[in-house]
Each structure stands twice: as structure tokens, then as C-alpha cells.
Design a protein around this ligand. Structure first.
Ligand code: MRU
Length: 367
């Protein structure tokens, strides 16, 4: 996707280097465009934990490169012990997005299986590149399948398709295209008129800051709304479709996504509006049966709620929003039960949010 007309991915290897990985620093957007360098596994941990990078697919790919950086720092004699402990360390950075564990396990298995290979470093780097390329391909295919849903609505309505999204499940949360945004970008490129209602997404405002920014950079019409506006818009026929991303989806179709997603699903259900979740296969948790009971929900720094960050004449600043002694709660995610989900848009096609339909698309996961 583009920033100021220039093509970017969200993560890449520094030019002429094999030991520095660079990412777009999402803490600064949309106010400043800065690149953050990762030279060690500790840098990758910091980038994930502090949300320099965020969004399930990008968290996964950052962790994959993080495991490569861990290998660069490791003596061959202690490889197995160090790699396993760095894997556990990275996995603890953010608990909800399952892409993190998926990518770390994938890299750990690869490193341990090939530990006696003289080209281990080059091959491990290649493996991280491969996971990155796969995520790009998955997002693009999600875009193709989701485009069909938007096209159908457009053919009936013959007017602008209004899509509501929550948080940032855009290309900034992935490597390219995005998950929830991929169908929107593909529709826009095809000339279908689309307009996006962007939930601001308190407390970190990923909608207001990141989704609005990336849609703007690609020229997609959009309007930022406070988080509690969606229900009103739906009651008045101003939303044709909801598409969100996911951080972890159970094999039974329950969807963990940014806090507030569940309320949008309830409102969509009450107003008979299709509610789709776009996700790559790396976001499925094949072990979890009951998303509400079993998906771990990250609790974040109370400061994200008690303060708000914005742009002033002197740069990015925080201001306090609440009385000094009031307590705050900061749950990062919630779980939307499968019964409220109209369909899952994956790289293999669209399926219903239930075990049978999901496993029909991914039969190799049946065991
Ligand atoms: O806390 P974040 O910003 O990492 O949360 C991101 C989301 O909830 C996204 O909607 C989700 O990861 C899907 S990303 C394609």
C-alpha cells in the first residue's frame, strides 16, 4: 500500500543489511512517519509490547523476524536452550493475538530441526521472509473473496456501499492490503463506490489514528465516528455491512477482536446488518472450543484510559481525562460469539462461523 504515493510494507530488512529489521513506528502515526530499527530479540519484544507494531498478522511476522534476531545473538553450543527461552519470552509480549504463538512456534521448530545445517542463519531469515510473503498473499485473497460480498450489495443497492469497521485491521495491522480493509481496497480499485465509517476505537484510537490515515492515503472516502455512534447509524439505514478483523478465532467461530467489537456485532444483529470477520488462517486457534471462556484477554496500562494522546504545537502529547484518584479498567479485547457472525472471510473463501464450515475450508486441521 502507499504512503505519500510511495509503496510500503509494514516490515522489511534494512537495505544492504542482514541483521537489522525495520518497521513503521505506529506509535507516531498519523502525525509523524518514522521507522523503528530492531537489532535484537529484545527490540522485537519491545516493538510488540509497546505497540510500535500491532495488529495480529504484523505481530506474528515481527515475532518471526524476532526469532531470527535471537538466533543471530546465540552461540551454537547453547542454541536449543536459548531459542526455546527466547520463544517463551516473545510469546509473553502480548497474550491475545494467536498469530504471535503461531509464528514463534513455526520459527522455533524450523531452527531446531535445522540446527546442524551450516546455512542455518540464511535459511532462518528465508523462513521469516516466507511467513511475511504468506501473510501478504492471504490478505490479498481475503480481499478477493470479500470483494464479492461488497459487489453483491452494490448490485442490489446501486449506490455507495457504507461499511463500518472497528480498530485497525488494515494494511498497517498486516504487511499489505489488511484483512478487514482488503475487500474495501479491492472494491475501491474496481471503481465500486464505498464509504467507510471508522470507529475511533478508544483507548488507543487505532481507528481514528491508523485506519483513517491509511484509508486517506489510498483515497478511500471515510468518516471517523466516536465508538458509540454505530448503533444509531445502523438504525437509520446508514450502514450496509460491518467488516472487522480478529486477533484469535476459535475453531467454533467465536471471534476475539479489539474491545468494543462485540457491541457492534449486537447492534448489527439487532438491525439485520451483515457482520463479517476477515482473518487469515494464522488467526485461528484450532485448540479453543469456547472463545468467551478460553481466549486470554490482555489487560493493558491504565494510563491508556486515564490519558489521551494527541498532536499539539510541541509534538505528540498526553493529557489527563479523568479525576486523579479514579480507578480505570483497560481490557484490550472482547469476544463476539459465533452466533452473531454472518461469515468469516479467509484466504480460502468465505465460511459460516461454525466448526463444520471452518473445517470444510481447512480439512487438514480436522485432527
Ligand atoms: O491492540 P491492537 O491494535 O494490536 O489490536 C488490533 C485489532 O484488534 C485488529 O482488529 C486485529 O488485530 C485484526 S488485525 C488484521
Amino acid at each position: 500500500m502507499e504512503i505519500q504515493g510511495k509503496q510500503y510494507h509494514t516490515i522489511w530488512l534494512q537495505k544492504n543489511s542482514t541483521n537489522i529489521v525495520e518497521v513503521i513506528d505506529q506509535r507516531k502515526l498519523p502525525f509523524q512517519f518514522e521507522v523503528f530499527e530492531m537489532k535484537t530479540v529484545e527490540d522485537a519484544f519491545f516493538a510488540i509490547k509497546e505497540m510500535v507494531v500491532r495488529g495480529a498478522p504484523l505481530i506474528g511476522v515481527t515475532a518471526a523476524y524476532g526469532m531470527y534476531l535471537a538466533l543471530l545473538q546465540t552461540e551454537r553450543s547453547e542454541l536449543e536452550f536459548v531459542i526455546k527461552s527466547k520463544a517463551d519470552y516473545l510469546k509473553a509480549s502480548r497474550p491475545t493475538a494467536v498469530n504471535l504463538a503461531f509464528a514463534v512456534d513455526c520459527m522455533t521448530d524450523f531452527i531446531l530441526e535445522n540446527q546442524n545445517d551450516e546455512n542455518l542463519l540464511e535459511q532462518t531469515l528465508e523462513k521469516a521472509h516466507q511467513l511475511k510473503a504468506e501473510e501478504i498473499e492471504f490478505s490479498s485473497k481475503i480481499g478477493d473473496f470479500g470483494l464479492e460480498i461488497i459487489e453483491q450489495i452494490y448490485q442490489k443497492k446501486k449506490d455507495t456501499v457504507n461499511i463500518l469497521t472497528h480498530c485497525n485491521a488494515g494494511w498497517l495491522a498486516c504487511i499489505d492490503w489488511g484483512t478487514a480493509t482488503a475487500p474495501i481496497y479491492k472494491a475501491h480499485l474496481k471503481g465500486i463506490p464505498v464509504h467507510v465509517w471508522v470507529d475511533e476505537t478508544r483507548p488507543r484510537n487505532q481507528g481514528a489514528r491508523l485506519t483513517a490515515y491509511e484509508l486517506g492515503e489510498q483515497g478511500v472516502p471515510h468518516t471517523v465516528i466516536p465508538d458509540n455512534t454505530g448503533g444509531h447509524l445502523m438504525q437509520h439505514g446508514m450502514v450496509d455491512l460491518v467488516i472487522v478483523g480478529s486477533d484469535r478465532t476459535s475453531v467454533t467461530g467465536d471471534v476475539a477482536n479489539k474491545i468494543g467489537t462485540y457491541l457492534k456485532a449486537l447492534a448489527a444483529h439487532d438491525n439485520n446488518i451483515p457482520f463479517y470477520v476477515a482473518l487469515p488462517s494464522s488467526t485461528f486457534d484450532w485448540e479453543i472450543e469456547d472463545g468467551v471462556k478460553q481466549i486470554p484477554i490482555e489487560q493493558r496500562d491504565p494510563g491508556e484510559v486515564s490519558e489521551i494522546e494527541g498532536w499539539t504545537k510541541t509534538g505528540i502529547q498526553n493529557v489527563r481525562l479523568i479525576p486523579e484518584n479514579s480507578k480505570v479498567a483497560n481490557y484490550g479485547f472482547d469476544v463476539t460469539p459465533a452466533r452473531l457472525v454472518s461469515g468469516l472471510i479467509t484466504e480460502r473463501g468465505v465460511c459460516s462461523a461454525n466448526r463444520k464450515s471452518i473445517l470444510k475450508l481447512f480439512p487438514e486441521k480436522k485432527s
